[in-house]
Design a protein around this ligand. Structure first.
Ligand SMILES: Nc1ncnc2c1ncn2[C@@H]1O[C@H](COP(=O)(O)OP(=O)(O)O)[C@@H](O)[C@H]1O
Ligand SMILES: [Mg+2]
Length: 373
């Protein structure tokens, strides 16, 4: 196990401990990564923050054992640390934050993606560049009902989203109908369904929102009228990764079609995985969908570069949710620095290989070049 392939970096997948099952994170994903590494001639293993000792000549990591088990073994220390700390809560713990900082400072180690993104920062970063700002829906921090009132003057429908949300958790939508006694409609996502609350006044609406969001920070955003297929809205998921030369590339584009009663397109909320070209063709015809798909790739690359520049850190991969409006315009919803796995087999395969191609590139960089931008 301890053989290190010549010129090939050793890659540690970094996560945190779990009392019941050795370590946290998506074990199946880690297994796929390690298997792909082996096929390509790389040693990869899982390590927890506690066990990643940067100064020792060996470390204790995990490799796949029989069945679904993992075996704890002594391994050579990594040159590349692939950061898969599972949640923002874990990332915020002092011991974890210290280890990330140590990896960033260590001359012999390259770290893939130091931190999670915050939704609000992403919008600030993208508004900061002319090329990306036109793809950003109007977005503000949700601090008072005044923000809502003022945004409802220009947009009849708004999305409310937690700043550190994921998988559609906590998302709400407001619609304003001028006629009738109950002009405000609030849709709250819960599981595969959503409940609708109607309010007579902004005060009522605000207090209901307050109950729902507790003390989480939220952003409020102009709702985009998404293009539809079979009467349901869809959006696109783009996976971007750096390649063996250290440049950004689009690994693949997937589409998600919303479930019939959902305000988002997430699969656990009734959404389905679809082919982007067939979604686009339904709405725009074959010729325009080819040109839209090209501009999706080009725009996603612009956005990724701007995010990396503004974040101040070298990044290796991200996924992006993009909406297409009924006129074919492109809108940025969010980017995630710890992409979930894509179920499309071709995208999946390439995404696993890219991890090693980029790791190889990282390990060739001189030890003194900084990891901050
Ligand atoms: N401003 C918006 N207009 C229209 N649909 C939106 C908007 N924001 C989010 N959505 C829908 O909700 C989904 C989830 O939003 P997103 O910001 O990605 O949150 P999460 O982190 O929970 O995935 C998007 O993929 C899209 O389908
Ligand atoms: Mg999302």
């Amino acid at each position: 196990m301890n053989t290190r392939y010549e010129d090939r970096p050793v890659i540690a997948i970094l996560t945190t401990r779990d009392k019941n099952r050795q370590f946290r994170g998506n074990h199946k994903n880690f297994r796929d990564i390690i298997r792909t590494g082996k096929e390509l001639g790389y040693l990869a293993y899982v390590i927890t923050v506690r066990e990643l000792n940067l100064e020792s000549s060996y470390v204790t990591g995990y490799v796949p054992g029989p069945g679904k088990s993992w075996t704890s073994v002594q391994l050579p220390p990594p040159q590349v640390v692939y950061n898969r700390i599972p949640t923002r809560e874990e990332e915020a713990k002092p011991a974890v934050a210290r280890k990330i900082a140590e990896c960033l400072e260590h001359p012999g180690i390259r770290l893939y993606n130091p931190y999670f993104f915050n939704k609000w920062s992403l919008f600030e970063w993208l508004k900061g560049s002319h090329a990306t700002s036109r793809h950003v829906p109007a977005t503000r921090r949700l601090r008072s009902s005044r923000t809502l009132s003022s945004m409802l003057k220009t947009h009849s429908s708004l999305y409310l989203k937690p700043e550190s949300g994921k998988a559609g958790k906590g998302i709400m939508r407001i619609k304003y109908h001028a006629e009738g006694d109950l002009p405000y409609r609030l849709q709250i996502q819960s599981g595969k369904r959503n409940v609708t609350y109607k309010a007579a006044s902004m005060e009522r609406l605000w207090s209901r929102i307050g109950k729902e969001r507790g003390d989480s920070r939220y952003i409020v955003q102009q709702a985009i009228e998404l293009a539809t297929c079979k009467g349901r809205p869809f959006d696109l998921r783009v996976l971007l990764q750096k390649n063996g030369k250290g440049g950004w590339g689009v690994t693949g584009i997937g589409a998600r079609l919303a479930g019939s009663r959902s305000i988002t397109t997430h699969v656990p909320r009734g959404g389905s995985v679809e082919e982007p070209s067939s979604m686009l063709e339904a709405m725009f015809g074959p010729e325009r969908s080819v040109s839209i798909l090209k501009s999706v790739s080009a725009t996603a690359l612009l956005i990724a570069r701007q995010i990396e520049r503004a974040s101040g850190y070298m990044l290796g991969e991200m996924s992006m949710d993009l909406g297409i409006d009924e006129k074919g315009g492109l809108w940025f919803f969010e980017a995630n620095s710890r992409p979930m796995k894509f179920d499309e087999p071709d995208i999946r395969r390439l995404s696993l290989e890219r991890i090693f191609q980029y790791s190889q590139h990282l390990s060739r960089q001189t030890a003194i070049s900084p990891q901050r931008m």
